[in-house]
Design a protein around this ligand. Sequence first.
Ligand code: RIB
Ligand code: CA
Length: 319
Amino acid sequence: MRTIPVILDVDTGVDDALALIFAVKHPAIDVRAITCVAGNASLAQVVDNTLRVLDAAGAPSIPVAAGAIRPLLAAARSASHVHGENGLGGLHLPATNRVPEAVSAVELMRRSLMASDERLTLVALSPQTNLALLLRTHPEVADRIERIVFMGGSASVGNATAVAEFNVWHDPEAAAIVLGSGVPIFMYGLDVFNQVSVPQDAASALATGTDALGRVVGALLGNRIALSEDESLVYTGLIGDAGAVCALVDPDGLGIEKRPVRVELSGYGRGQTIVDRRRYSGEDRLHGGIGEWADIDVALDVDATRYAELFLDTLGLAG
Ligand code: RIB
Ligand code: CA
C-alpha cells in the first residue's frame, strides 16, 4: 500500500488527541514527526499530552518537538473552557517514558523535510505559528512540501468569534504567512469540522467498555463539548481535528472547491478566513485592487456518516 508521509503539527487538545490516534492507526499514513505549538493548551501541556497520547495509541517511536510558546504577535489565549485545564478535558493518561527531541519544532520539520526522499504533507491541526516560522526561517523547504492540510478557518460562521475560527484567530499573522507561501494548501474548516460526530450513546459505550484504547477514545469523545447559547456545556461528539486527517485518506468523502481565500488581520473580523464563493467577478475585481488572496482547496461539505465510520473502523472500534 502506498503511504502518505506526513508531519503533524498539533496543540493537543481533546480532538488533536483523536487525530493523533487516528493518524498512527491508519495503515496509509506514515507519521514522520510531530511538532507542538501553544493553542488549545500551553506549550508544555501540549507536549506532555502529545507524548502520553502516543503511548495510549501504542504508537511506534516518532520524534516529537516543542515549538512556539505563543502566537507571532498576539497574546496566547486559553481554550480551557472547551479543552479543560489539562487540554484533554480532564482525562489523565498514564505518565510516559517518551521525551521530546532536543531540537525545536522548526528544526525537526526542516530536518524531516530535507531527509525525506519524497515530499511530505504538513498537517496543521493548530494555530500555524510553527509553520509560519518554518517558512520564514527556511524558505528553501517549501519545495519539499507536498501540500499543507490545515484544520482552521471557515467559509461560514466562526467559533472563537462570530466570523473567526479558533486556530486562525489565535495567530492570524501566521495563517496569512502560510496562505501566502505558494505551497499548495487544503483547508478543512468549520464548515466540515462541525458535521462529523459520534453519537453520545456510542461514545459512552466505548468509555465504559473493556477495550483500553476504546476507553480512552470514549472518554475523549465524552469531553467533546461546546458552550451552548445559554452558556451551558453540551455534548457534541465531534471528531474535530481527526476529520482533517481522514481527509488525507478519503478525499472523496468531501465536497472540495478551489476558492480564493484571505485572512483578515484587523478589526472585529481579525482571524476570519474570507472565502470568495462568487461565481462571477464583482466590482472589486472590475475596478482593480482586490488585495492578497490565495487560491486554495476548501472543503465545503462532508459525508459525515462516512467519516465517522472511517474514524471508528480505523481504530477497530466500530460497533
Ligand atoms: O476551532 C476548532 C478548535 O478545536 C481548534 O483548536 C481545532 O484545532 C480543535 O482543536
Ligand atoms: Ca487542534
